[in-house]
Design a protein around this ligand. Structure first.
Ligand SMILES: [Zn+2]
Length: 158
């Protein structure tokens, strides 16, 4: 019997496996609700700070720079600049298990306005080996938008 911290032995510890598989409702708040309402008209909305004029996209209530309440919603352009990206080779399945992706995919940080925060989204239509920082990308929407996260399907080279 090995003795560890404060007299604890290997037998002292249990290693339970607790598989969690449940559904629950998560209230996204009024700002993300407005964001997804904009999706019904294929609009990308952000909240603009009355203090420093920064735009948060997706919108949020408080400015991350000066902490003022942001009440003004502004529409952002559909095109932007790819500021950074990563190429993914694994996907997370339900339950958190990682497995190899069918093919490499690109996740980009996209600037839709000089004053706006960066929007994280999939970038498709370009070889992952040929993606470059600074390239112009544009939003691609699902044909049938429903006002949810999946309406804005991906970005592609503009
Ligand atoms: Zn601000």
């Amino acid at each position: 019997m090995k003795e560890g911290v404060m007299g604890a032995t290997e037998e002292t510890f249990l290693t339970p496996v607790v598989p969690l598989d449940f559904t629950y409702n998560y209230y996204i708040g009024q700002y993300l609700t407005r964001y997804f309402e904009g999706f019904k008209e294929k609009k990308i909305l952000g909240s603009k700070c009355p203090g420093c004029a920064k735009i948060a996209v997706p919108p949020r209530k408080y400015c991350g720079v000066c902490n003022k309440v942001m009440e003004e919603m502004v529409e952002l352009p559909q095109e932007g600049i790819l500021e950074n990206f990563t190429v993914g080779h694994v996907v997370m399945e339900k339950g958190g298990k990682l497995s190899p992706a069918e093919e490499p995919y690109v996740l980009g940080l996209i600037r839709l306005d000089d004053n706006a925060s960066l929007l994280l989204h999939k970038v498709e239509g370009v070889d992952p080996g040929k993606v470059s920082v600074g390239m112009k990308v544009k939003a691609v929407w699902k044909d049938q938008v429903e006002g949810d996260y999946w309406d804005l399907d991906h970005f592609e080279p503009a």
